[in-house]
Design a protein around this ligand. Structure first.
Ligand code: NAP
Length: 252
């Protein structure tokens, strides 16, 4: 039996990396999927590759009007919404002293405002669709700080507690919506390009793997499987929780 059979899902940042893997997994497990992304060519190609009726919606998660447009496109395509995966994000390697106010605001606009707007505007559509699950992709950097991750740490930590606030609000509203956060580390996607460009990708990934107790970097499906559990009814009693997918890094 497919694990999210008949549910409708929207995955932001679906053109690439974790969003793409989550969208493909949801589609394989029976959901009708919309992916959204600021990268229109990449998003359209990704929807085509995933197949199974997946649609692409052009979407800038930093814009409130863009969110209402994206949600109404999902309603038009599929008639409702049960699963929202907020995956769109950007990284910035910079200390607090190196970070310009413009960079600070850009990282927070995509990584935190984007998740806030998604939760704020999706709840009504999800509630009228009978409820569902919001999965916010934070990061291990939302729990553990790094000297060169000032803005990213701040935005991802914001996503962690915002997710719990959304979970409590929805529980109190009894609207059937759960909300949880995922906290991955070192997953092999284009986002790691900045960390691996110095010595080439293979050597860069091997260097990162040496920091992981399990001895490897993660694959996008390592995160997508965790997302699938939280998106499905298997996690019906799980809300406001945070799931770490980091090969053991945060256990050290
Ligand atoms: P990715 O491959 O770079 O994918 C991110 C996607 O989001 C890209 O398609 C990007 O488009 C899109 N995007 C950027 N700004 C956007 C905006 N304003 N509106 C809509 N879409 C936008 O990165 P990823 O590794 O899959 O990251 C997905 C999420 O996981 C992010 O939130 C990231 O912080 C988090 N995460 C990743 C890792 C990791 O190791 N990879 C670890 C922890 C957490 P462009 O390519 O055009 O910018």
């Amino acid at each position: 039996m497919p694990r999210v059979d008949g549910k409708v899902a929207l995955v932001t940042g679906g053109a690439s990396g974790l969003g793409l893997a989550c969208a493909a997994m949801l589609a394989r497990e029976g959901a009708r999927v919309a992916i959204s992304d600021i990268d229109e060519a990449g998003g359209a190609a990704a929807a085509e590759r995933i197949g199974r009726g997946t649609v692409f919606v052009a979407h800038d998660v930093t814009g409130e009007a863009s969110w209402t447009d994206a949600l109404s496109a999902v309603r038009t395509a599929f008639g409702g919404l049960n699963i929202l995966v907020n995956s769109a994000g950007i990284a910035l390697n910079a200390t607090v002293e190196e970070t310009t106010l413009e960079d600070w605001r850009r990282v927070h606009a995509v990584d935190l405002d984007g998740v806030f707007l998604g939760c704020k505007h999706a709840i009504a559509l999800m509630a009228e669709s009978g409820g569902g699950s919001i999965v916010n992709i934070s990061s291990i950097s939302g729990i553990i700080a790094g000297a060169n991750l000032a803005a990213y740490n701040s935005a991802k930590a914001g996503v962690r507690l915002l997710s719990k606030s959304v979970a409590l609000h929805c529980a109190r509203a009894k609207n059937g919506i759960r909300c949880n956060s995922l906290h991955p580390a070192f997953i092999d996607t284009p986002m790691l390009d900045g960390l691996t460009k110095k010595n080439g990708r293979e050597e860069g990934l091997a260097k990162l793997a040496r920091q992981v107790p399990l001895g490897r970097v993660g694959t996008p499906d390592d995160v997508a499987y965790a997302m699938l559990y939280l998106a499905s009814d298997e996690s019906a009693f799980v809300t406001g929780s945070e799931l770490v997918i980091d090969g053991g890094i945060s256990a050290m």
